[in-house]
Design a protein around this ligand. Structure first.
Ligand code: PEP
Ligand code: MN
Length: 262
């Protein structure tokens, strides 16, 4: 179902009037973690003003250490919904388990993180939902495996899948992951699904987000996911790769020449 051979036109995913794919570009921006209601409201307002089309924020966080901040869970989703109500911006947030599905009823795009890309039972359940699914490439997964995971969701009846290249594990340690820019044209050739890039998790470094975002656009990406935090040094997760709202606004200005935002 994800194969371009049987579906030559680009799939356009549409949420609350915002389109992704088929020439429509989306920017999903916001903090790694939703940390409090004022924090997410502040970031939401600033990223919207800079031109972001979606607000991202993690409520359920897949952390390496069980002692690290795990997310505000249900409250995190409630605070994102507050932002949606106040500013009308659609929201994207990550799901980690099947039992949490009821909490995601009003979430506009449900994210499957890299660590759950091959959680096949979760993918099958998401296939029964109506909301678009943002499927991130696993840390050590091939392009073929990413497409097969999309197939799990689509075969259940939910054909609104957005693919995301977010960097993969290699021997390199200067960056958090290695941004596989070649995955973008390859995925666009093999599949009709929209493909976005996440330069924040690829680089792991705030100053590298802008050049990688430009590379992604040049390679044909349909959108970007960028982490933005009101106070990166004190972020509860991924501060090193997070842009301040001011920096995000500058990056958006410099990207404007390359992208046609909805
Ligand atoms: C995230 O988007 O904050 C995240 C955890 O991303 P990934 O699954 O790509 O590591
Ligand atoms: Mn993150």
């Amino acid at each position: 179902k994800a194969n371009r051979k049987f579906h030559t036109d680009d799939t356009i995913v549409e949420v609350l009037g915002k389109k992704i794919g088929g020439g429509h570009f989306a920017v999903m921006a916001g903090p790694c973690s939703v940390e409090s209601e004022p924090q997410i409201l502040e970031v939401a307002e600033s990223v919207m003003q800079s031109g972001a089309t979606f607000l991202r924020g993690g409520a359920f966080k897949p952390r390496t250490s069980p002692y690290a901040f795990q997310g505000l869970e249900k409250y995190g989703i409630d605070f994102l919904l507050e932002c949606k109500k106040k500013y009308g911006i659609p929201i994207v947030t990550e799901i980690m388990g099947i039992s949490d599905i009821p909490l995601f009823e009003d979430v506009d795009i449900i994210q499957v993180g890299a660590r759950n890309m091959q959680n096949f039972r979760l993918l099958k359940e998401l296939g029964k939902l109506k909301q678009p699914i943002l499927l991130k490439r696993g840390l050590a997964n091939t392009i073929e495996e990413l497409l097969m995971s999309a197939e799990y969701i689509m075969s259940g009846g939910n054909e609104n899948v957005i693919l995301c290249e977010r960097g993969i594990r290699t021997f390199e340690t200067y960056t958090r992951n290695t941004f596989d820019v070649s995955a973008i044209p390859m995925l666009k050739r093999l599949s009709h699904l929209p493909v976005i890039a996440d330069p924040s998790h690829a680089a792991g470094l705030d100053w590298m987000v802008e050049p990688l975002a430009k590379a992604a656009i040049a390679a044909g990406a349909d959108g970007l996911m960028i982490e933005v935090h009101n106070d990166p040094p004190h972020a509860l997760s991924d501060g090193k790769q997070s842009l301040t709202p001011t920096r995000f606004s500058e990056v958006m200005k410099s990207l404007k020449a390359y992208m046609q935002l909805e």
